[in-house]
Design a protein around this ligand. Structure first.
Ligand code: SF4
Ligand code: SF4
Length: 462
């Protein structure tokens, strides 16, 4: 090789340490008790070919929880997913909670979110999930004809009635339930029916997941059940109208996770939806055998970061390989650089850029985003202005009250150190007053839930 006289580039500064605040766990790997036609994860069983049944061992469970509680932030969250995580049985989750209690510090908060198809949830499950404040993501695609179109057992039996029964049971037991709805080539035709159905059932927290998978039979195209960008864009606009109609006193009456996330981008807060972040890689996935991967959609050999029994989760989260994964999202297509919506969509999910080769490296949903932003941008701008004004007013009122309190204090007490002075405004909260600046941890969450940002979307952000 020829030598050159060029000086080597200075080493890049070390990347900031990413906190370990949330992990996604697949305790039963890709195993599922259903056979939904559009599921991308069922095929993952080829990765773990040595056995047909995949279950997390007690050793992996304990080590994973020990590390998260030891190295995690003051508030950590576990997202239990699959496949179908309830195949582990209730005792597994009892053990998980006991381990969280055993390894956590007294001041540490733990959140558990369970994503389920709802097929095995009974009274005992519901009581347990309610007692430990699990947040349930229930896969429900809408009314019967929509849900049963693709969500069936392996034998082809419909599942809608069972899932709706689970939704009612959970809500009767006051368990927090979000609906997870896959938007596919069929369901995309029924935005109003789906939204009103969820609402009538009492499901006010909704998440819509657009479906695009590569066609196994024809890798040059997307699978036939995938939704087109145009149809998804129209779907989003119709749901947006319904969401807006449900506003009461300027606040959302229902939560649609994608709209909430978009709103975060308008007020300068990191969105809970990772697809809208600038970079990926802020969480890791732990598979049933302890293998750790970069992302739910990249559970594949090339993105394996290690194993929880042999290495440290926080080190894997901050490893060069995970950084490399995160930075893949930064390689946005040329067309995005001049797009007015770049600050809101950041080119979409990396995975959606590679499912359909005909997309040429753009996210499959680019057109959907453009349709949606063209339609919804003025409303989001108005909402953001109003929200930021309220934050400024609240902060000013807070400061006035603090000043009055200070003035009323006797001189001797006023001389005590500032620590513990009532009404003192945390610096983090103060940042919420500035447009385009980060939302403070203690500020009201932009999604309108009424909770503090750190206890709501700020915690869910991944
Ligand atoms: S690849 Fe997609 S799903 Fe994975 S972290 Fe990035 S944006 Fe999120
Ligand atoms: S809307 Fe399309 S072109 Fe614009 S930034 Fe997003 S993906 Fe890129």
């Amino acid at each position: 090789m020829m030598e050159t006289s060029q000086t080597p580039p200075p080493p890049s500064p070390p990347a900031p340490i990413k906190p370990l605040s949330s992990i996604l766990v697949k305790p039963s790997g890709p195993d599922c008790n259903l056979g939904c036609s559009y599921c991308f994860y069922l095929q993952k069983s080829q990765l773990f070919g040595e056995t047909r049944r995949h279950r997390m061992s007690d050793q992996v469970l304990a080590e994973m929880i020990r590390q998260v509680m030891r190295d995690g932030t003051a508030s950590v969250s576990f997202g239990w997913q699959g496949g179908e995580p309830t195949l582990m049985g209730l005792d597994f989750f009892r053990k998980a909670v006991a381990l969280q209690q055993q390894y956590g510090s007294p001041s540490q908060e733990v959140g558990n979110a369970l994503q389920t198809n709802g097929m095995v949830i009974d009274d005992a499950w519901a009581d347990f999930l309610g007692r430990y404040n699990f947040l349930i993501g229930l896969s429900l695609d809408g009314p019967q004809h929509v849900h049963d179109h693709y969500r069936r057992t392996r034998g082809g039996e419909p599942t809608w009635e069972r899932v709706v029964r689970t939704a009612r049971l959970l809500m009767n037991k006051r368990v927090a339930v979000n609906s997870l709805t896959v938007v596919n080539d069929y369901s995309v035709r029924f935005p109003e029916e789906i939204y009103q159905f969820h609402r009538s059932l009492g499901l006010r927290f909704m998440q819509f997941i657009p479906c695009v998978e590569q066609d196994v039979a024809n890798p040059a195209a997307a699978a036939p059940f995938s939704v087109t960008a145009e149809a998804y864009g129209e779907f989003l606009c119709r749901v947006f109208d319904l969401w807006r109609k449900d506003f009461r006193n300027g606040r959302p009456g229902t939560s649609v996770r994608w709209f909430d996330s978009i709103f975060h981008t308008y007020v300068g807060a990191p969105p809970p939806e990772c697809t809208l972040l600038r970079e990926c890689g802020c969480y890791v996935v732990v598979e049933h055998n302890g293998d750790v991967y970069a992302c739910d959609f990249f559970v594949e050999p090339g993105w394996k970061l290690g194993n929880v029994l042999e290495g440290s989760l926080i080190e894997m989260l901050n490893s060069p390989r995970q950084r490399e994964f995160g930075r893949m999202k930064l390689a946005i297509p040329e067309a995005c650089t001049a797009c007015p919506w770049l600050a809101h969509c950041h080119g979409g999910c990396t995975k959606d850029r590679i499912q359909d080769p005909r997309d040429g490296g753009m996210t499959h949903f680019c057109k959907a985003y453009q349709i949606f932003f063209d339609y919804a941008h003025p409303t989001f701008e108005r909402m953001a202005e109003q929200w930021l004004r309220e934050q400024r007013d609240n902060l000013a009122a807070h400061e006035r009250a603090a000043a009055r309190q200070r003035a009323a204090q006797p001189a001797a007490r006023a001389a005590t150190p500032a620590r513990g002075v009532p009404g003192r405004v945390a610096p983090a909260a103060a940042t919420a007053a500035g447009a385009g600046r980060p939302v403070g941890a203690n500020s009201p969450c932009p999604c309108g839930s009424g909770r503090k940002y750190k206890r709501c979307c700020g915690r869910a952000a991944r």
